[in-house]
Design a protein around this ligand. Structure first.
Ligand code: ATP
Ligand code: MG
Length: 755
């Protein structure tokens, strides 16, 4: 028999243990990645239950995703057994807020069977509101208003509380009025949108003290994971609920705050101490997840951020592999390299599921998926459909199918009104009925029907225009390369325009995916070959069990860990994203850097960063520059691999202390002579061959004294991105060039050639 010491406390370090046992009063655990924050939270929960301080339904436990909630429930079950089933209030902010709203819906004018609108419905409703108010939906798109309203709701602003400055954001000062009308419409429909869940909770709690008191009685203890990513509305909600008993424990890491774009506020961490006076702040410094090189690399990288609370991290897992950084020729070479390594690791005994590929943006997934399908490596895309299953990709492919086979009715039905061109559901049904009756295809029926008066004049015009477009594309299909054709179709159909007007992050992602699609298409000889590939991919048997390589975005990887992590695409414009470089300034870049930190710290044993020198963007080759984050990795913890044929680069910038401020930066360290030669000889302005691999020197060259340049002042040079120009200054391998079109830029000499 053990003493009073329960099993679950075994192995906790003193700080963790303090965080578990300090059940009464406010506690903030502020600590770096892998220090056991989630473990502390789970153990604390078990401890509260095991010591009888509360029953399962008296605990409010907030996790960031539903997956995290499931995992936590499993871990608790392992500790305390079936009692864990009683944890009714364990979930995400949204799922818990939805439960609460069901019970008090009438207090905000809804019925308990209210529906939660998806973004499509939400947009349709906003469109109606805009129409009714005679707001020009072309200038002021419903999607933009949806984004704004979401932003307002995340900040806890009801229409009444909207600051005047926000009102001006839409339709010349009508933002507030439209917001109010939208909320009224929602109420009439007995519906709410996602953002309303918390906002209605806030309204209920503040307007009905007795209801709030009921929850004060119910929730004896509050536990919150990933606290750094809470937005203002979520913070206010927590504060209200914790007000009376103050038994609230939040765990988080300011360095992992990656949802600023969705309204999360790191400031909530600072507010905690102010709003909960006497809060116990516990710091955990020992990392249990990663080996020392990985941890040091991640810590070194995040040190470049200025706005951070700062912390130390250490690990006992000394040694291990350094973080491997590789430069490769292009995106295909990158997927080949990683797929090969996965196969090798598998042969050496690793399970597929212990390996993860973490990408910055979903368009990067395509190359890996294609490669895995070819090599029959089982994989799963976490948190989203696989590339060719995405709605925008299916739409684009449907256009091609219809161009290629005019009788493809499924394709016809899918895109006849996508993007919206005023051919409604009734018209489509009518068309298909005519088609069935006459035994012809939908498009044939359409051709018939536009010659009649069956349709309203406007619909008829739209439909004939659409048919005319199709004919034109078909005619062009013979002349244009199919990737160009795809591009033309997406432009001329209005598909990309519709996405461009839409300012939501999802629209951005869709545009990127479409670009990737066009890029991928150019690898197929013919359109038929491409369509066949897509059909095969979609037909793949997905049931390959649980042992699969995991592909996901960095955002989705939060809180998870894997023995082997691949981090591809560390290039300026990919990661950090172009948007963060162009639009959000230093603040956005710091968020990207935190994302890089999240990525690296997911790795337990091995982390492998890669970047490509070339990528196809919309089917055109563009030269890429290594991410500034590559340069920021501490040299001592990084190793360039020497896979035959791949150049391995390494950081060198820190020694110089210089940063390229002009257009995206090159890593000055990535300039071994072999690399430069390879680059120069391949940049003849033509497409580099896909299968081509650089015969670089394959080793790390940390350039402390840049090699002398082969250029002189006054040389006329050509740069693939900036065109022709004249060299005005030389500093090692960096040239200042006065470009005829682009003006003065700093470039790396390996990316120009003498003209
Ligand atoms: P993140 O910031 O990434 O969410 P975290 O701080 O929540 O990380 P956990 O996921 O709780 O960290 O823990 C990281 C790993 O370390 C897990 O595998 C966990 O089981 C292990 N771990 C945590 N504390 C200990 C401990 N005291 N002894 C042994 N292993 C531990
Ligand atoms: Mg965690």
């Amino acid at each position: 028999v053990r003493g009073a010491e329960p099993d679950y406390l075994d192995g906790l370090n003193p700080e963790q243990r303090a965080a578990v046992e300090a059940t009464e009063g406010p506690v903030l655990v502020l600590a770096g990645a892998g220090t056991g924050k989630t473990r502390v939270l789970t153990t604390r929960l078990a401890h509260i239950l095991a010591t009888g301080k509360a029953r399962p339904w008296e605990l409010l436990v907030v996790t960031f995703t539903n997956k995290a909630a499931r995992e936590m429930r499993e871990r608790i079950t392992a500790i305390i057994g079936p009692q864990a089933e009683g944890l009714r209030w364990l979930g995400t902010f949204h799922s818990i807020a939805a439960q609460i709203l069901r019970r008090h819906a009438e207090l905000v004018g809804l019925k308990s069977n209210y529906t939660i609108l998806d973004t499509d419905d939400q947009e349709r409703l906003l469109k109606q509101v805009l129409e009714a108010e005679n707001v020009d939906a072309k200038r002021w798109p419903p999607k933009a208003l949806a984004g704004l309203i979401d932003h307002w709701k995340n900040r806890g602003w009801t229409p009444d509380r909207l600051p005047a400055s926000e009102n001006a954001q839409f339709a010349n000062g009508r933002g507030q009025a439209l917001y109010r009308l939208y909320q009224e419409r929602l109420r009439i429909l007995n519906a709410c949108d996602f953002g309303d869940l918390l906002l209605h909770n806030l309204t209920i709690f503040t307007s009905s003290p007795d209801v709030l008191a009921e929850y004060h009685d119910r929730f004896r203890y509050l536990l919150v994971d990933e606290y750094q990513d809470t937005n203002v509305a979520q913070y206010l909600w927590l504060r209200l609920l914790a007000q009376k008993r103050q038994n609230v424990c939040c765990v988080g890491d300011d360095d992992q705050s990656i949802y600023g774009w969705r309204g999360a506020e790191v400031d909530n961490i600072l507010r905690f101490e102010r709003d909960f006076p006497g809060a116990k702040v516990i710091r955990l410094e020992r990392n249990y997840r990663s080996t020392s090189h990985i941890l040091a690399a991640a810590s070194g990288l995040i040190a470049s951020n200025k706005s951070r609370l700062g912390k130390t991290l250490w690990t006992e897992a000394e040694g291990g592999e350094k973080v491997i950084v590789r430069g490769v020729w292009d995106g295909e070479a990158e997927s080949r390299l990683i797929a090969d390594e996965i196969e090798r690791a598998k042969k050496a005994g690793r399970r597929y599921r212990d390996m993860a590929i973490l990408v910055r943006a979903s368009f990067q997934m395509r190359a890996f998926e294609d490669r895995f399908i070819l090599l029959q490596i089982p994989y799963v895309v976490i948190g989203g459909p696989r590339f060719f299953e995405r709605a925008e990709i299916r739409d684009a492919v449907a256009y091609l199918r219809l161009i290629y086979s005019p009788d493809d009715d499924l394709a016809f039905e899918r895109i006849v009104n996508t993007p919206k061109r005023g051919i409604g559901e009734t018209t489509v049904q009518k068309l298909l009925q005519v088609a069935r009756v006459n035994g012809v295809s939908g498009s044939t029926a359409a051709r018939e029907i536009v010659r009649t008066d069956e349709l309203a004049a406007r619909t008829r015009t739209s439909l004939s225009n659409f048919l005319r477009d199709l004919d034109r594309w078909r005619a062009e299909a013979g002349r244009l390369h199919h990737a160009r054709l795809m591009e033309t179709v997406l432009e001329e159909s209005g598909y990309t325009d519709a996405l461009r007007l839409d300012r939501s992050p999802q629209a951005q992602t869709r545009l990127e995916n479409l670009k990737e699609l066009v890029g991928a298409m150019s690898q197929y000889e013919t359109l038929e070959a491409f369509l066949e590939h897509v059909a095969l991919v979609l037909d793949l048997d997905r049931e390959s069990g649980d042992d699969r390589v995991q592909i996901m975005t960095l955002h989705q990887a939060k809180g998870l860990e894997f023995p082997l992590v691949f981090l591809p695409g560390w290039e300026e414009g990919v990661f950090p994203s172009q948007r963060s470089i162009d639009e959000t300034g230093e603040k956005g870049l710091e968020e990207e850097r935190r994302l890089a930190y999240v990525g690296l710290t997911r790795a337990r044993e091995e982390a492998r960063v890669s970047f490509a020198a070339n990528r196809q963007v919309y089917g055109r080759w563009t030269s890429q520059m290594p991410s500034r984050f590559v340069d920021e990795l501490p040299l001592a913890n990084v190793e360039a691999s020497s896979e035959t044929g791949y150049y391995g680069g390494g950081p060198g910038m820190q020694q110089h202390g210089s940063r390229w401020d002009e257009s995206p930066s090159f890593g000055a360290g990535y300039s071994s002579p072999g690399w430069r030669r390879a680059q120069a000889s391949n940049y003849k302005g033509s497409h580099p061959g896909r299968q081509q691999v650089i015969e670089g020197e394959g080793r790390l060259v940390a350039v402390s004294e840049p090699a002398a340049s082969a250029y002189s002042r006054g040389d006329r040079v050509f740069h693939v991105k900036f065109g022709y120009g004249q060299v005005t200054a030389i500093e090692g391998n960096k040239l200042t060039v006065n470009f005829e079109k682009a003006g003065e830029k700093k470039v790396i000499d390996s990316f120009v050639e003498k003209a």
